[in-house]
Design a protein around this ligand. Sequence first.
Ligand code: PAF
Length: 290
Amino acid sequence: MKQISDPGEFQRLCQVYRSQGLSIGLVPTMGALHSGHGELIKAARKRSDVVVLSIFVNPLQFDNSNDLVNYPVTLQADLEFASSLGVDVVFLPSRDQMHPEPVMIRVEVGKIAEILEGKSRPGHFSGVATVVAKLFILAGECEAYFGEKDFQQLAIISRMVDEMHFPVEIAGVPIVRDSDGLALSSRNLRLSKDQKKAALALSRALFSAKAVISDGLRDVSSVESVMVTELKRPIAGVSKADYPVLDYALVVDQATLIRPDRIDRPVRLVIAAWVGDVRLIDNLGIDISH
Ligand code: PAF
């Protein structure tokens, strides 16, 4: 497994691979790799000839400097994990190599960045789009793998690729769930046993909404009410202090994230709630043509 930190060297290496007729699968990460990243790497390993993993804790996407300082760095374990899954190249730029100071250029993202997760994180998606655009320019023509768990991030990056004509094919990798439905997330580790039980309300709300849509319900407000009711349902054996506190439960257009009035196109059910001091998100795709 090659390790490269110089952006120019990384760009040249990707050009060499392409000139040899090899396809490149790019998996952008901020390190602290877990099984969710493992799924992205495995998807890339299946489809692409050369798997390139980037590890870069991107300061531009942190709205809170404490979160940046406290972001876990587990480089040695990450390298061992990447190597065990057959990654070919790890790109590890320094902060100054990726974003030479003073940073004067950023990708501006429109209204799609101000809703849902963006509401409480001003500038976050602009920071994500900026670093991902740089990675796409360096990697060149490639397939790039992102988790569907961060659905708004995936939608914004897909839109950026379309609007900015990057020669990149975006592959969304489905959410991995525990057998009880809980979407896997490194944040789950911070939940107590009771809070974990309470957190199941998120996926239950999504699957209840899916069921009423399958039964023919198309009115978006009514579907959203089903999710809210399910999320607020009493949970046996769990104290009220651990109940989820809803931020949003919405039906949005799959590509633009705009909320339609009726379900007459592919949509995404999206939900976010606090359990204790842990913010959880989940989502589910619905395509009524299937
Ligand atoms: O999802 C992440 O880990 C980050 O937002 C990404 C896409 C690697 C950009 O820094």
